[in-house]
Design a protein around this ligand. Structure first.
Ligand code: NDP
Length: 252
């Protein structure tokens, strides 16, 4: 399948995990991918994998919470490749704690990285997409948006992503721009491995507990989220907009 031949995509937080899998998937289907992460050096692994597989990618160091830096990044991508068709807002962090112990800076950091970053990236990208009358934006929400003990900050940010997504779909729809979100359940990445460590479990034990509560009886893999992001970023989903698609093994 070459659904993204001639398309240019930006994927944030793409040095590892779901972002890296998404960058690889879009590139495998023909997209030129700007692989964005905090540290330029850490983007090299993903870029090298894509290039080794015959794809096109470049690495970009950018803190997506920094509005002016994001504008510079998006403009550089458009200057280099002549267009921007797909934006995947994937960068995210957790700073879990029960409310009564949560430092205000952890509340702020999670809101800024998981939600405000999307404001910066979408605002910068939409200028080019509106002019081209074409665009696909996919935002990473989470099952935690429905509520999760110890994640008041993260749940608020990820629920915010869903409202933000629904609203952008209304505002940008007239310009042929689709805006959707995916809300993964438990996906085996460095993020969930860090959560396991924090609660004193090995990643495999932590994953087994999550699997036991999931109808499909296993946790998800980054590639399984990437496949759904790719669908939403493609013209196969041309009449889908404003939606949040849960990718969580059937958990309610
Ligand atoms: P990872 O922690 O494995 O990867 C996230 C990447 O984002 C890291 O490379 C990280 O860099 C980068 N990043 C963090 N802050 C910034 C920033 N300010 N600017 C640029 N890049 C940044 O996460 P996952 O792959 O697990 O998750 C990806 C997305 O999916 C996140 O939005 C997450 O909330 C969401 N999600 C994940 C789930 C899961 O179970 N794994 C479930 C539901 C949603 P660094 O390592 O240097 O901080």
């Amino acid at each position: 399948m070459r659904r993204f031949a001639d398309r240019v995509a930006v994927v944030t937080g793409a040095a590892q995990g779901i972002g890296a899998a998404t960058a690889r998937r879009l590139a495998a289907e023909g997209a030129t991918v700007a692989v964005v992460d905090l540290d330029l050096d850490r983007t090299r692994g993903t870029v090298d994998e894509i290039v080794a597989a015959g794809g096109r990618a470049s690495g970009h160091g950018c803190d997506v919470t920094d509005g002016p830096a994001v504008v510079e990044l998006i403009d550089r991508v458009v200057e280099t490749y002549g267009r921007l068709d797909i934006l995947v807002n994937n960068a995210g962090i957790t700073r879990d704690n029960l409310l009564f112990k949560m430092p205000a800076q952890d509340w702020e950091a999670v809101l800024r990285t998981n939600l405000t970053s999307m404001f910066h990236c979408c605002q910068a990208a939409q200028r080019h997409m509106v002019a081209a009358r074409y665009g696909k934006i996919v935002n990473l929400s989470s099952r935690s948006a429905l509520g999760n003990r110890g994640q008041a900050n993260y749940a608020a940010a990820k629920a915010g992503v869903q409202g933000f997504t629904a609203t952008l779909a209304i505002e940008l729809g007239p310009f042929n721009i689709n805006v959707n979100a995916v809300a993964p359940g438990y996906i085996a990445t460095a993020m969930t491995a860090a959560t396991a460590e924090r609660v004193g479990l090995r990643p495999e034990e932590h994953q087994q507990r999550a699997a036991d509560q999931t109808p499909l009886r296993r946790v998800g893999q980054p590639e399984e989220v990437a496949a759904v992001v790719a669908f939403l970023a493609s013209d196969d989903a041309s009449y889908v907009s404003g939606q949040t698609l849960y990718v969580n093994g059937g958990a309610r």
